[in-house]
Write a protein that binds this ligand. Structure first.
Ligand SMILES: [Ca+2]
Length: 226
């Protein structure tokens, strides 16, 4: 044992233990003084965030929030909750992939005859935009029981955000302990969307949020460009 310690050091990664990725589901929650994320952002520069508590109240009781998303106007920089929807929060530990559950409603006319939904997501981790394999993706949305909203699910894989305390390019073993600030922005892609849709969240009907390190990936997915 002593010889092994001399040869391999005391870091477990020296003998090849891989990093691990802990799964966690978080839910978007309202913040600010109104139910419209854009208005809150314009007035108070606040963005809604998330935690691990699922929404407990129904939209029929007045719960929930939304963010309007005009399809022809997009945000350029991080933390722009004015023209697209944006949420910002933290995740502690390594991140290999995320799956996003989002719910959209159409403020204008319905998407007559268009079965796929186009979406341009942006992801920022610790202030840097993640370069994605494509600018947008399309998916088949799932109407809710009342058809009042549609659910979209997609994944972003290949993030490979891992702790490497000694900076040798070999990830530390275990799930990681670094707290990362994560910003997700969603923009409907106009020619597969409508000119104005809105993203809704924080009710039992629309439990939108993020699964960090999901066990399986959605068929609609982008990967981080390495
Ligand atoms: Ca290392």
């Amino acid at each position: 044992v002593a010889l092994a310690a001399l040869m391999f050091g005391n870091g477990a990664n020296a003998i090849g233990e891989p990093p691990t990725f802990a799964q966690q589901r978080v839910y978007f929650h309202c913040n600010g003084t109104t139910k419209a994320g854009n208005i809150n952002y314009a007035a108070q520069s606040t963005m809604p965030g998330w935690n691990t508590t699922a929404p407990a109240a129904s939209v029929t009781s007045g719960a929930g929030c939304g963010t309007a998303d005009p399809g022809v106007v997009g945000a350029g920089a991080e933390s722009q909750n004015l023209h697209d929807a944006a949420w910002q929060g933290t995740f502690t530990g390594n991140i290999q992939a995320i799956t996003v559950e989002a719910h959209t409603i159409y403020v204008g006319s319905a998407r007559g005859g268009v079965t796929n939904f186009g979406l341009a997501p942006k992801l920022f981790v610790d202030g840097s935009e993640v370069s994605l394999s494509a600018a947008f993706l399309t998916m088949r949305p799932v109407p809710s029981a009342t058809a009042a909203s549609e659910k979209v699910l997609f994944s972003i894989s290949g993030l490979n955000i891992v702790d490497d305390a000694d900076g040798d390019g070999i990830a530390d073993p275990g799930p990681g302990t670094t707290e990362h600030t994560v910003t997700l922005q969603l923009a409907g892609y106009y020619f597969n969307s409508t000119l104005l849709n809105a993203w809704v969240y924080d009710t039992t009907e629309v439990p939108a949020g993020i699964t960090f390190n999901p066990a399986t990936l959605e068929s609609a997915r982008l990967s981080a460009a390495q």
